[in-house]
Design a protein around this ligand. Structure first.
Ligand SMILES: NC(=O)c1ccc[n+]([C@@H]2O[C@H](COP(=O)([O-])OP(=O)(O)OC[C@H]3O[C@@H](n4cnc5c(N)ncnc54)[C@H](OP(=O)(O)O)[C@@H]3O)[C@@H](O)[C@H]2O)c1
Length: 329
């Protein structure tokens, strides 16, 4: 497994593990903690050292499960957690970090991230708290998620990474300037929802296949009543796109995941690909896909199909909200 070295010297694996599915919330359905622990161990064995979690995921359950999995193996892992938007004031950040450290069972977090930016609290106040945590040795680096061009300009070159939603089914960060601004600032993109929350594994062929709890993002219509937006969604565009992508994958004899991951591997802006997995089986399948050589012609076809999909979408890259054009600015 290849790694990239961040500005502060931390080596992050090119493929990393998202542990939101470990939280067992409605969106993901129940989670098996023992299998989650086995999955973390299998990832470490295969050279994946970087794990993403958040205080918000299952009200801390994801952090607890990850902490349990890394007991006795802390030094092998790069732990990245997040403070939620509601707690970005100085005192709140300090208190939230203590909570995350306790749940993770560690005395330091490698990368502490702002989960989403907010205009309610001055960014400088939040970053002052992060910098104090760094001085105290409680975090090794500060990082951000969902920062668009305006927020990135305010943050300067201080963040180590910028977590952004990026995949063959969600390329809006190419349109709203977030991808280009991250690249220009020298901040590697940490691509999340890389598998489109399961769509790019090929297992959902129609909207009926998508579990109801997962129909909350702006990929899907607000009529399902699962999300926080009021959009019509992109179901009419996505499922025909997936059918065409399947044809490319069949013809090239590579999996759809292999196409999805090859697209992100080829992007010079992407430092690491964040992949949610809930079992050793999914991890192994996705690792195989990551390592599969994809013929250039097939990748070009997949890229062209997804560019056409991107062009049918607006320029709000926020996967969840549409109020005031979304939260990514
Ligand atoms: N910063 C942010 O605001 C933010 C937002 C969202 C996510 N994230 C992070 O990004 C991570 C990844 O995003 P994500 O988990 O939402 O989406 P994802 O990686 O696109 O999809 C992950 C889900 O796809 C399914 N899957 C994965 N591999 C599979 C396989 N081989 N076969 C069949 N199904 C498979 C699994 O769900 P099922 O088995 O249930 O189908 C898995 O939980 C999260 O865990 C989280 O750490 C960050």
């Amino acid at each position: 497994m290849d790694h990239i070295t961040l500005k502060n010297g931390i080596a992050v694996s090119r493929l990393s593990i998202g542990t939101w599915p470990f939280s067992g919330v409605k969106l993901w359905g129940d989670s098996d903690d023992q299998e989650a622990v086995r999955t973390v161990h299998a990832a470490l064995e295969r050279g994946i050292n970087t794990f993403d979690t958040a205080a918000r995921y299952g009200d801390g359950r994801s952090e607890e499960v990850l902490g349990r999995a890394l007991k006795g193996r802390r030094q092998e892992a790069v732990i990245c957690s997040k403070v939620h938007t509601a707690f970005l004031g100085y005192d709140d950040v300090m208190a939230q970090c203590e909570g995350s450290l306790r749940r993770l069972g560690t005395d330091y977090i490698d990368l502490y991230q702002i989960h989403w930016p907010t205009p309610q609290i001055p960014l400088e106040e939040t970053l002052r708290a992060f910098e104090d945590l760094e001085r105290q040795g409680k975090i090794r680096g500060l990082s951000v998620c969902n920062f668009g061009p305006k927020d990135l300009a305010a943050a300067g070159d201080r963040p180590q990474l910028n977590q952004l939603p990026y995949s063959l089914v969600w390329r809006i960060i190419e349109k709203n300037g977030a991808l280009a601004a991250s690249e220009a600032a020298g901040i590697p993109v940490w691509a999340y929802c890389a598998l489109g929350q399961g769509l790019l594994t090929g297992k959902f062929r129609t909207i009926e296949d998508v579990p109801m709890g997962r129909r909350g993002t702006r990929l899907y219509s607000s009529k399902w009543g699962e999300g926080r937006h009021t959009d019509g969604g992109y179901e009419e565009e996505i499922f025909p796109f997936l059918a065409s992508l399947r044809q490319v994958s069949d013809k090239a004899e590579v999996s759809m995941q292999a196409l999805a991951l090859a697209f992100l591997k080829a992007s010079p802006a992407v430092g690491s690909i964040l992949m949610g997995v809930r079992s050793v089986k999914q991890l192994e399948e996705n690792l195989t896909a990551f390592e599969t050589p994809v013929p250039a012609g097939a990748l070009a076809e997949a890229e062209a199909l997804s560019a056409a999909l991107r062009d049918q979408m607006g320029d709000n890259a926020d996967l969840w909200e549409n109020e005031n054009g979304g939260r990514m600015r």
